[in-house]
Design a protein around this ligand. Structure first.
Ligand code: BGC
Length: 398
């Protein structure tokens, strides 16, 4: 009986979503939260009809991905589709070309065409509330894929990586590249001061904030003790963010920084970049300005996603590092969660505290991340079958 009361109270709290209540709900813990999810009518855990005994070939999973301009989303889309089709499900995979109205329309269509579960990597984390309400009205469970969907109670589960730790890893890679720290976090043999510049992702992507927070918390002591100097003075996420994660915008900002801040003969020594596409834009700007020679070495530039073009740059000693997030594992978790919903079960979360989307704490499954420097390419990316040695050498995946 007490369990029933907690579950029903949990439904009530998560629907009302006020702050204190959300905290209380989070405190109820994983198991009860999972049960409460399964018991809450209208907020997720299962479609209109009982799909649990249905043949997978009669069930369709809608998969909405943001863009094909970045390799990682192509890999994500392909992995999710392959894995679901391997289990016999029908898959409706759509890419939205980084255009918010296109993504809304694609999700609308998935709903009207009778999707049984939705897996969505949002372009703008706050722009899909209408679609999610329509999904909830039809009791279609929604899984937020890698990017949290915000401001909606109708997000049932979140699969991602530990995004704060991505930022910490990027900052540590910057410190290691500069020699202020060793790979295992011990004091390095250099003391600085080093000039650095900071970049962040798109402000409408919840992840961009987690990456930046993790990085800044890690860099702060070094900025405070002056071994790192952000010479432009631009340390605010609003100032350093790159809309839609566009490579060209990052290149332009780096060019502007070079002319505005480094026209006095001073040099940039390091750049915090949150994504490989941005890193390549930043590197192009630096190379065009004469960096990349023995007398004028390329700064330490970080990254994320282990995109093949950047892995080649790391192998060639141009980019310093990237953060590898194995999209095969993420796709697997999304499929596990989708199947749980189809069987009327709550997917297993490993984090029920961190991802408050503004209305509720979304139960999440977070995967670990790996920092890749040149020496790690073989073990992490080639031996694991993510790329072949030939692909790394060519800088192009087949
Ligand atoms: C993802 C990153 C990716 C970025 C740009 C973020 O939401 O978590 O892996 O680099 O989007 O596509």
């Amino acid at each position: 009986m007490w369990l029933y009361l907690i579950i029903m109270r949990g439904c009530d709290l998560s629907r009302r979503g006020d702050n204190v209540n959300r905290k209380l709900l989070a405190a109820l813990g994983g198991a009860v939260l999972a049960l409460s999810l399964a018991a809450c009518g209208g907020e997720g855990a299962g479609g209109d009809t009982d799909t649990s005994g249905q043949d997978p070939k009669d069930l369709t999973i809608g998969v909405s991905m943001p863009t094909q301009t970045s390799e990682r989303w192509i890999a994500d889309g392909n992995s999710v589709k392959e894995k679901l089709e391997g289990k016999g499900y029908k898959v409706d995979l759509q890419y939205a070309g980084d255009d918010i109205p296109t993504q809304s329309q694609q999700v609308d269509q998935m709903i009207t065409q009778g999707a049984d579960v939705l897996i969505i990597a949002a372009i703008d984390g706050t722009a899909l509330s209408g679609q999610l309400q329509a999904a909830a009205d039809k009791k279609i469970p929604v899984i937020a894929y890698d990017r949290l969907i915000r401001d909606s109670k109708n997000v049932d589960f979140y699969v991602s990586f530990d995004n704060y730790k991505v930022g910490v890893a990027q900052a540590n890679a910057l410190l290691t590249g500069l020699g202020l720290q060793t790979k295992d976090g011990a004091k390095g043999d250099k003391t600085g001061p080093f000039n650095i510049e900071l970049f962040a992702g798109s402000l409408d992507d919840n992840n961009a904030h987690f990456f930046f927070d993790g990085a800044m918390d890690t860099l702060k002591p070094f900025i405070d003790n002056k071994s790192l100097v952000v010479k432009s003075g631009q340390t605010n996420i609003e100032k350093v963010a790159i809309l839609r994660w566009q490579q060209e915008t990052a290149q332009k900002r780096m060019e502007d920084l070079l002319t505005s801040t480094y026209n006095d003969g001073s040099k940039v020594n390091g750049v915090l970049s949150p994504y490989d596409g941005l890193s390549r834009g930043i590197i192009t700007a630096l190379q065009n300005a004469g960096y990349g020679t023995a007398a004028n070495p390329i700064p330490v530039v970080t990254g994320q996603d282990a995109e093949i073009a950047s892995v080649k740059l790391i192998n060639d000693g141009v980019q310093s590092s990237t953060i590898f997030k194995d999209t095969r594992l993420l796709a697997e978790q999304a499929v596990i969660a989708a199947e749980a919903f189809l069987k009327k079960q709550a997917p297993q979360a490993n984090d029920t505290k961190t991802y408050d989307n503004g209305v509720k704490v979304v139960p999440s499954y977070l995967l670990p991340v790996v920092t890749v420097y040149k020496d790690d390419i073989k073990k992490e990316l080639i031996d694991s079958g993510y790329y072949t040695a030939e692909e790394v050498a060519a800088g192009q995946a087949k």
